[in-house]
Design a protein around this ligand. Structure first.
Ligand code: SF4
Ligand code: SF4
Length: 325
C-alpha cells in the first residue's frame, strides 16, 4: 500500500485489442471508487508513463498489476518479466493474457507467413523492394532497435509466474469490480485461481434457454438462420456454452447470439476446443459416414470455432511448424 493507504495499481497491455482497457472504463461511476481506493502507478494506455519509470521502482513496489494481452513480441515478454519483478501480485487480466485469445489464432501461421501477408500480399500494400521490419537498423545517430516478432503467441502464464487469472473478452464490469473488491479486502483465493468467474458452472447454467434437442442434421452460421427463441445449439448454431465457464451471465445468448467461449474452459475441462468438438460430435444425426461428413462439413472455420479464444493455452498450442522454433 502507498503511504496514503491506497492500493498501488499497475495496468498494462501487451498483444491485445484494447478492449480490456475499455472494460476498466466501463466500470462507469465505480471508477471513482477505484480512484478513491487505488493510486495508479503505471497505465501507458491512459497516461504518459515510460518503461524507465517502472525500471526505477524497487522490486515489489506495485501491489497489483493487471496485465492484459498475449505475448506476441520480445517487448511483450520483457514487460511481463519486468512487471513480475516490480509487482507483488501479477494478474493475467482478460482472455489474451489468460489463454491467447484472438491474437493466438496467429499460431496457425509463423512469423514469415504473417510478414508475407502483411508487407507483401495485401491489396493495399505497395512494397516493390519487399522490405520487412528489421530488429535493428544503423542510423547516423546510432543503432535503432525494435522488438522482434515471435513465431508463436504465448499466454502470460507461459512466460511468467502468474498469481491470478481473470477470464473474458473482455472481463465483464461486475466481475472486474468483484476482483478489485477481493484485492482491496485481502480476500483473494489460493494462488493460481481463476477469479471473477464460476468454478462450478458453465454458460449453459446461466443461459435463459435449456438444451433439449440432441439431434442436429445441419449446422448454421448465425447469419444463415433466423433463430427461434430457444437453445441455439438445438437449432444447429454452434454455441460454446456447454464447454465454457460461467461468469458473464450468458451475455451473448441473452441477445440471441451464440456463446463463443471467451470465459475459457468450463469446470473439469482441460481443453475447451476438444470439449466443444465432443459436444458437437455427440449431436450429429447421421446414419452413414458420408452423411456425418456432410453435416460437419458445414463448420467452415473449425479452429476459429473450437479454439477461438484458447489456441495457445490448448493442448494443441499451435499449428505444427516444420523446422521453425
Ligand atoms: S444457447 Fe448455448 S449457452 Fe444457452 S443453453 Fe443452448 S448451448 Fe447452452
Ligand atoms: S456468452 Fe460466451 S462469448 Fe459471450 S461473453 Fe459470455 S463467455 Fe464470452
Amino acid at each position: 500500500m502507498a503511504d496514503n493507504g491506497k492500493l498501488k495499481l499497475g495496468l498494462y497491455w501487451a498483444a491485445s485489442c484494447g478492449g480490456c482497457e475499455i472494460a476498466i472504463v466501463e466500470l462507469r461511476e465505480k471508477i471513482l471508487d477505484l480512484d478513491a481506493a487505488a493510486d495508479i502507478l503505471f497505465w501507458p494506455c491512459a497516461m504518459d508513463f515510460k518503461y524507465k519509470d517502472v525500471e526505477a521502482m524497487p522490486d515489489g513496489h506495485i501491489d497489483v498489476c493487471l496485465f492484459n494481452g498475449a505475448i506476441r513480441s520480445s517487448e511483450n515478454e520483457e514487460m511481463a518479466h519486468l512487471l513480475r519483478q516490480k509487482s507483488q501480485v501479477l494478474v493475467a487480466f482478460g482472455s489474451c493474457a489468460h489463454e491467447g485469445c484472438i491474437p493466438g489464432l496467429g499460431n496457425l501461421f509463423d512469423r514469415q507467413s504473417i510478414f508475407d501477408r502483411v508487407y507483401l500480399e495485401t491489396p493495399s500494400t505497395d512494397n516493390p523492394d519487399s522490405i520487412f521490419p528489421q530488429t535493428s537498423y544503423q542510423m547516423p545517430e546510432g543503432e535503432v532497435h525494435i522488438p522482434s516478432f515471435y513465431n508463436t503467441v504465448k499466454t502470460l502464464g507461459q512466460v511468467e509466474d502468474v498469481d491470478y487469472f481473470v477470464p473474458g473478452c473482455p472481463p465483464q464490469a461486475p466481475q472486474i469490480w468483484a476482483v478489485i473488491g477481493a484485492i482491496l479486502s485481502g480476500e483473494l483465493p489460493e494462488k493460481g485461481s481463476v477469479v471473477g468467474a464460476s468454478a462450478t458452472k458453465t454458460v449453459c447454467d446461466e443461459c435463459k434457454y435449456d438444451r433439449e434437442e440432441k439431434r442436429v442434421t445441419k449446422f448454421y452460421r448465425p447469419h444463415e438462420i433466423i433463430a427461434e427463441d430457444r437453445c441455439l445449439f438445438d437449432q444447429g448454431i454452434i454455441c460454446s456454452g456447454p464447454a465454457t465457464r460461467a461468469g458473464c451471465e450468458a451475455r451473448c445468448t441473452s441477445v440471441g447470439m451464440p456463446c463463443r467461449g471467451c470465459y475459457g474452459p468450463g469446470p473439469n475441462v482441460v481443453d475447451q476446443g476438444a470439449a466443444l468438438l465432443s459436444a458437437v460430435a455427440s449431436v450429429v444425426d447421421a446414419d452413414t459416414e458420408e452423411e456425418a461428413a456432410r453435416i460437419v462439413g458445414d463448420v467452415l472455420d473449425p479452429v476459429g470455432t473450437f479454439y477461438r479464444f484458447g489456441l495457445p493455452a490448448s493442448m494443441l498450442h499451435r499449428k505444427k511448424l516444420e523446422g521453425v522454433g
